[in-house]
Design a protein around this ligand. Structure first.
Ligand SMILES: Nc1ncnc2c1ncn2[C@@H]1O[C@H](COP(=O)(O)OP(=O)(O)OP(=O)(O)O)[C@@H](O)[C@H]1O
Length: 797
């Protein structure tokens, strides 16, 4: 069975639920509106303080009493609060407090992400202090501009670092604020200046155009006639002013035509038509589902591990060698060498541009007109020789651009840390189904792909070039993005060492066969059972999808969440399953066809039902990566390989042999090859992540795959009672109750694969419970009811 979580066990656990400190919806409404009102009151009191503050001064200094009269619009409370915040506190900047309190109210009311609110508070207080110090500069003691705090802090700073020092410190504060809060960089400042310059330019040119308009309007009335008259002097006297006049005349003719067309259209639109919206008719199940959703909310698959926390970013390491440094000398040198080499072969270059990536720099050149591209491509080795560098790759031409690319490895390559790619906005905000942050491209952009779209991934590369790191990067990405309820891994690791760390998250993320002890499969014979079991899971899932009238897993799960599928019919939330096979070559060598057939079946059919394969191999030879496998793995990653032939086997072209290793890779998902520097995640980092997840509450056991009974352990047809399948009696009960002798019924009810269900039917036939095979019709059931069945089975013994 796919998932066997006894319900009886769950019930008592609910009783001992810890008290929940979360606010209920009503409490949120009360607290949220309180804060919003408090924010508004503060704001009103503060505004009023500017007009009434002086008058209220005497009241503030005396003890509060009902008799004292204040001018503040919020009376004593307002006078006291504004005195405390503005005069005694931070001056005008205190308005930010009222804003922050108001915002907090909105956040609580609408239940928005609290982490963001904390950020708002942190930066809000920062800017309050900063502004009050700044305004303290211009204020006197007890002034409301910077408040007492602003004034005192300012004089304190001035005593130690003087006026200039304080101003510079304030400037530094502002830069820090802009840089961290709004992600400002030096480039953004430059861009602001540039765009301002552009705007001014545009304004000028618009002004110029405006100047010509009157002439244009005059012309438009008899444009045709005037055009001919203007054209004559133009030919005689080609002054720029006259030229402009001619162009304008043309334009006005064009606008004239458009206007006529518009008028015609208007005529048609006089007759207005009322469009009546017809409400969509809802079927009965929809209504029921809507009611269920109304009563219980959408089904939440993560509920069982509701407190599960995703691993935090600080479990991943920062590296010193991160971040790109531009080595101007190196760039210049390489550029000169490229130009020189090409010149030696009489190839002129009209322009050259460099893009610096983490490990390689891409020089994009535009050759002079008339140069044949194949000529440059043939010079690959010569350019490599002149640059005396390994791993030069020439892309001629770069698809989608009219340029030729020459990739040259950097002298000092930088590490792309897993932390940087996981933290990237692209990954964090991605709405992909199974997002994977693979690394960074040559233009230093984070490269994120969707495993669900691939839909399977083939990874190859010689030993020590970064395959295992690549696999870990894939798994880590999914751990950072997917809840244990949403994805399960089946890990096959013949090397026995690479994936063992993931043992710790067995009960969270791994799937295994019911009778196996370890979730990570290291024994090749067990792989065959697992693969066949996955095929059964696939068949079962297809059956479920068929019954639910869904085309793919995402649709099915959405329907299940909307409570449109009845769990009593066998429906359940289906997690994605990712099968990872390290060292596929080894597997094919020892098990051959037995492995290849189920892998090929899965690769061909499993995409729609959410089973995705990732296969890694050291030896990308044709007898390992066969035609069938290749055809079904359009997405491929090639790390460095030793020969052109290997490169061709993986990528259908050369390139992988020219990589520089250490995570330098080529990715393809069809036609384009993308060079990516794989993100680096070290074993201790993976260990930390698995420890972090492993220490949290888990499911009672790993996700169970369907049981697979190998051919050899199946029962023979001349049935010996003791040889019968374990589920024989259950199957008999199902068949007799339904009075329908069909294997697919057994498959559905007992969640079996086709083969086992077929064998059970044969055994039932041998036991005289169902009749013989009758072609497309279901077999006849020979036992009328369950009592008769009991008697029948007793008589056998
Ligand atoms: N993305 C990367 N960035 C930097 N260094 C890397 C990267 N990937 C791999 N390396 C370096 O290469 C070494 C070998 O990597 P890895 O263990 O992944 O190779 P492999 O292809 O799995 O080898 P094998 O097949 O023998 O297991 C790592 O220990 C690391 O030093």
């Amino acid at each position: 069975m796919a998932k066997s979580k006894p319900k009886a066990k769950k019930a008592p656990r609910k009783k001992f639920k810890k008290p929940n400190l979360k606010l209920s919806s009503q409490q949120k409404l009360v607290l949220g509106s309180f804060l919003i009102i408090l924010g508004i009151i503060l704001c009103i009191a503060f505004i009023s303080f500017f007009f009434t503050g002086k008058a209220d001064q005497s009241v503030i200094n005396s003890l509060p009493s009902r008799k004292s009269e204040t001018q503040n619009w919020i009376s004593q409370f307002g006078a006291w609060l504004s005195h405390f915040f503005i005069q005694r506190g931070f001056g005008i900047a205190s308005f930010i407090y009222s804003g922050l309190i108001f915002l907090s109210g909105v956040y609580v009311l609408m239940d928005i992400n609290k982490a963001k609110l904390r950020k708002h508070w942190f930066w809000g207080i920062f800017i309050i202090i900063w502004a009050s110090i700044l305004l303290g500069f211009f204020s006197k003691k007890n002034d409301i501009l910077g408040g007492t705090v602003g004034y005192e802090l300012n004089t304190y700073l001035q005593d130690y670092i003087g006026k200039i020092g304080t101003s510079l410190l304030l400037l530094f504060g502002l830069i820090t604020y802009l840089a961290i809060r709004f992600k400002f960089t030096f480039e953004s400042f430059k861009n602001i200046f540039k765009s301002a310059k552009k705007d001014i330019k545009n304004e000028f040119s618009e002004l110029k155009n405006d100047l010509v308009v009157p002439i244009d309007n005059n012309l438009s009335e008899e444009a045709e006639a005037i055009k001919s008259t203007i054209e004559v002097p133009l030919e005689n006297n080609k002054t720029p002013v006259k030229k402009e006049v001619k162009v304008k005349a043309d334009v006005s003719i064009a606008t004239l035509e458009v206007k006529v067309a518009q008028e015609e259209e208007e005529d048609l639109s006089i007759l207005e038509m009322e469009v009546k919206e017809v409400p969509e008719e809802q079927s009965e199940t929809d209504n029921l589902a809507n009611k269920l959703v109304e009563d219980f909310g959408q089904f939440d698959p993560t509920l069982e591990l509701a407190k599960f926390q995703f691993p935090t970013l600080d479990l991943l390491k920062k590296y010193d060698t991160e971040g790109i440094t531009i080595n101007q000398e190196e760039l210049e040198e390489n550029k000169n060498k490229i130009v020189e080499t090409l010149n030696n072969y009489k190839i002129g270059i009209s322009s050259i541009k460099a893009t610096i990536g983490p490990t390689v720099t891409l020089y994009e050149i535009v050759p002079e007109a008339g140069v044949r591209i194949s000529k440059i491509k043939n010079l690959e080795d010569d350019i490599a020789l002149s640059l005396s560098a390994l791993g030069i790759r020439i892309i001629a031409p770069i698809p989608g651009k009219g340029t030729i690319g020459i990739e040259v490895p950097n002298n000092n390559s930088t590490i792309v840390s897993m932390r940087s790619v996981i933290a990237s906005k692209k990954f964090q905000t991605s709405d992909m189904l199974l997002p994977i942050a693979l690394g960074k491209t040559i233009s230093n952009e984070t490269f994120v792909v969707d495993l669900a779209k691939m839909p399977h991934l083939l990874m190859a590369g010689a030993t020590g070039q970064g395959k295992s790191v690549g696999l870990n990067a894939v798994l880590t990405s999914l751990l950072y993005k997917k809840h244990p309820a949403e994805v399960k891994f089946v890990l096959v690791d013949p090397k026995k060492v690479e994936l063992t760390l993931f043992n710790k998250i067995e009960r969270h993320y791994l799937a295994k066969l019911p009778d196996s002890e370890d979730a990570i499969i290291t024994d090749n014979t067990k792989v065959i059972n697992t693969l066949n079991s996955l095929c059964i899971e696939m068949d079962n899932r297809y059956e479920l999808l068929k019954n639910a009238l869904c085309r793919n897993l995402a649709e099915y799960n959405a329907k299940f969440k909307a409570r449109k599928l009845n769990p009593n019919d066998g429906h359940q939330f289906l997690p994605y399953i990712v099968l990872v096979v390290d060292e596929f070559a080894d597997l094919i060598m020892t098990a051959g066809k037995e492995v290849e057939t189920p892998i090929a079946r899965l690769a061909q059919l499993a995409r729609a039902i959410g089973i995705h394969l990732i296969i890694a191999t050291q030896r990308p030879s044709v007898n390992v990566i066969t035609g069938i496998i290749k055809a079904n793995f359009p997405a491929r990653i090639a790390f460095r390989v030793t020969s052109k032939i290997d490169s061709r086997t993986i990528l259908d072209g050369s390139g992988a042999d020219q990589l520089i290793g250490r995570g330098d890779m080529l990715y393809t998902q069809g036609n384009d090859l993308i060079r990516v520097q794989c993100a680096f995640v070290d074993t201790p980092e993976v260990e930390k992540i698995t420890d972090f997840i492993g220490s949290q509450k888990a499911y009672p056991e790993a996700y169970l795959l369907p049981e697979y009974v190998g051919e050899e352990s199946g029962t023979s047809l001349d049935i010996d009672i003791s040889d019968r399948d374990k589920l024989f009696k259950d199957a008999a009960i199902v068949i007799v109750t339904a009075q329908q002798g069909s294997a697919s019924l057994l498959q559905r009810k007992l969640k079996l694969g086709y083969n086992r269900a077929g064998r059970l039917i044969d055994q039932l036939e041998a036991a005289g419970i169902v009749g013989p095979f009758e072609g497309s019709k279901a077999r006849q059931v020979l036992v009328p009811d369950l009592i008769a069945l009991d008697q029948h089975l007793e008589n056998e013994i």
